[in-house]
Write a protein that binds this ligand. Structure first.
Ligand code: PLP
Length: 396
């Protein structure tokens, strides 16, 4: 007999995956070039050249065990030292190798961090809508209660007023994600500053630390010369969950890290609990070869210029047609208000035109859709008449 909870979870298909599969089936019927699949966040911009070069170099020059063998559970020391130096040079982070735990991407970083922090089923984790839907699954897996902060649909920053109301004596942590999936918003220094003041005050009021979990797989995918902010500088009790899935276009390779800075309360214990949680869930020793690849590619990213080009093409195109779009400052998603209250109905109408766009109900933001533009710019150009037709159907 299987676990009922896991059976239920395994049986539920995600809306994104459903649309993605539909797109593949539909391509066989109407032709690949006539399906406009904006459903999934799978980068099509190739990984930078250093990825291929370092893989070749590692395979050609190292002994098998030094490429494919186990590393330490937390990751190879030289890799973590290199990462620490990079973060110190770039962000003045003041970290060392022992602040890092290498993981299989952001999903692992988050599940491990949550497991390391949650103590009792009464513990609450606050998520800020709109948010990555898997947070709900990860929080349940850690045995905590999810508390959803309603979206600030005016600016898509964090409503401090709503946050103040959401924090209780049971709040263990708050998860933030910037640049944001799905809104494309980047949280400002002002937002982080105010959030830090609030979390510090509430931690004092309730007599325990409220941690901030900064989920940052899109850290470097940022536009308009906005600065990349190092969140622990604003709030010391921050645990950073990073991934190379998007910045280096390596989602299938499963590589990222958790950073527990010394500024976090009980940092050594939290780090040790991270090691314990990773061990309990079998997330030890992230893929060896990709630990070394990311070391050799520190500071590099895929060509963000392509995403920027797509962003402008889609944002300007859709705005001109009359769509109400959130201005995207980062990541590779355009968040659009549905012209009718039910975004599912809107997405269904779009689907009839072979436009695959994701209703944002599962992101905690009904009435919006997410358009993932990490696609071939040509597809965006070809899709514009369909977007126009869709808008026209609302004007009739
Ligand atoms: N967090 C956010 C906000 C994401 O968008 C994603 C993936 O799309 C993840 C976490 C998971 O990333 P990874 O593929 O590195 O596990």
């Amino acid at each position: 007999m299987a676990s009922k909870d896991m059976l239920a979870l395994g049986s539920q298909a995600s809306v994104i995956r459903d649309l993605f599969s539909y797109g593949q089936q539909q391509a066989a019927v109407v032709g690949k070039e006539n399906v406009f699949d904006f459903s999934i966040g799978n980068p099509t911009v190739p990984a930078p050249a250093c990825v291929k070069e370092s893989i070749k170099n590692l395979v050609d020059t190292r002994e098998s065990v030094a490429v494919h063998g186990y590393t330490a559970a937390a990751g190879d020391t030289a890799v973590r030292q290199g990462l620490a130096k990079y973060m110190n040079d770039t962000y003045d982070a003041k970290v060392g190798a022992d602040n890092f735990y290498m993981t299989c991407g952001a999903a692992a970083s988050l599940t491990i961090t949550l497991k390391a922090l949650v103590e009792s089923p009464a513990d609450e984790i606050i998520v800020v809508a709109p948010f990555f839907p898997e947070y709900t699954v990860f929080i349940a897996n850690a045995g905590a209660k999810e508390v959803v902060l309603p979206p600030d649909t005016e600016h898509f920053q964090i409503s401090l007023k709503a946050m103040e109301q959401a924090i209780t004596a049971n709040t263990r942590a708050v998860i933030v994600n910037s640049p944001n999936n799905p809104s494309g918003t980047v949280y400002s220094a002002e937002t982080y500053g105010k959030l830090a003041v609030l979390l510090t005050r509430k931690s004092a009021e309730f007599g325990h630390t409220i941690y901030l979990i900064a989920d940052e797989p899109y850290r470097e995918i940022i536009y308009d010369d906005l600065p990349i902010l190092y969140v622990p500088h604003f709030y010391g009790n921050t645990i950073v969950c990073y991934s190379y899935s998007k910045s280096l276009s390596l989602p299938g390779e499963r590589i990222g890290y958790i950073l527990v800075p010394d500024s976090a309360a009980d940092a050594k214990d939290v780090y040790t609990a991270v090691c314990g949680a990773a061990r309990a869930m079998g997330f030890v020793c992230a893929p060896h070869i990709f630990q070394d690849v990311v070391l050799q590619c520190l500071g590099q990213t895929s060509d963000v210029g392509v995403y920027d080009y797509n962003r402008k093409l889609l944002y300007n195109g859709l705005k001109d047609m009359g769509y109400d779009c959130v201005y995207p400052s980062g990541a590779f998603y355009l968040f659009v208000k549905s012209p009718e209250p039910d975004a599912n109905a809107f997405s269904e109408k779009a689907k009839k035109l072979n436009l695959l766009i994701v209703p944002a109900d599962s992101f905690g933001c009904p009435g919006y859709v997410r358009i993932s533009y990490c696609v071939d710019p040509d597809m965006i150009r070809r899709s514009l008449p369909a977007f126009q037709k869709l808008m026209d159907s609302y004007k009739k």
